[in-house]
Design a protein around this ligand. Structure first.
Ligand SMILES: C[S@@+](CC[C@H](N)C(=O)[O-])C[C@H]1O[C@@H](n2cnc3c(N)ncnc32)[C@H](O)[C@@H]1O
Length: 216
């Protein structure tokens, strides 16, 4: 028999106890322990960062010589140095230019825990999630250093395999991870840990230098 959904599960309680803003912090914490995606002094872009749990874990990993930029549609209440946060839409056409001029791009790591507001209609929620993951993938290829790492949330749904194929074409090494904190929720989410971005092919750029943000 499957366990009843418990919003205040052990990860929630642990987050409270450790002063972390979200139980999701333990997903990045596990990824960091297993894959060492963040090192001291690294510059990190955290997409879909509110309320700030991943920023807290990233800040701890990169230390005072690092930099963490958290971006979300929702405001993130202030976090101590080296975290900076912006209220911004990942799809905003000017975001890439702003990351380069004011956001200290390029980055050692791009993290994406982007998730849409769920509607309850599984197919459209999955499609929207995939659009967010695609956007994060496109952005990461523009702003990552050659030695950089990209961590992205994606749901095991209809188009998961094609997203995985695109990620494998874009990076030298891609691992699929299902953190314990996701398993505990019975969630279908997994994270891809992608290393070694491949050079972008020359193609006619969009106005902000990115491939189209959304399928037409
Ligand atoms: C699961 S939450 C992130 C939790 C975060 N990793 C933490 O540990 O606190 C997903 C976030 O994605 C954000 N989001 C969704 N669509 C977005 C978009 N187009 N641009 C920026 N943020 C977006 C939501 O506002 C939400 O805060």
């Amino acid at each position: 028999m499957s366990k009843a959904y418990d919003p205040r599960d052990r990860f929630w309680r642990k987050a409270k106890k450790e002063g972390l803003r979200a139980r999701s912090a333990f997903k990045l914490d596990e990824i960091q322990r297993r894959f060492h995606v963040l090192r001291a002094g690294a510059r990190v872009l955290d997409l879909g960062a509110a309320p700030g749990g991943w920023c807290q874990v990233a800040a701890r990993a990169v230390g005072p010589k690092g930099f963490v930029l958290g971006i979300d549609l929702e405001p993130i209440s202030r976090l101590p140095f080296p975290v900076e946060t912006w209220v911004a839409d990942a799809f905003s056409p000017g975001l890439l230019a702003r990351l380069r001029t004011q956001g200290r791009a390029p980055y050692d790591a791009v993290l994406s825990d982007l998730a849409p507001k769920t509607s309850g209609v599984r197919s459209s929620d999955e499609a929207r999630s995939l659009e967010l993951a695609e956007r994060a993938l496109g952005l990461s290829l523009e702003v990552l250093k050659r030695s950089g790492v990209f961590v992205v949330k994606v749901f095991m749904g209809g188009d998961f395999e094609s997203f995985l194929r695109r990620s494998r074409a874009a990076f030298l090494d891609v691992r699929v991870v299902r953190p314990e904190a996701s398993v505990a929720r019975g969630s279908k989410e997994v994270y891809l840990v992608c290393r070694g971005p491949q050079p972008l092919e020359e193609s006619a750029p969009e106005p902000d230098g990115l491939p189209p943000a959304k399928a037409t």
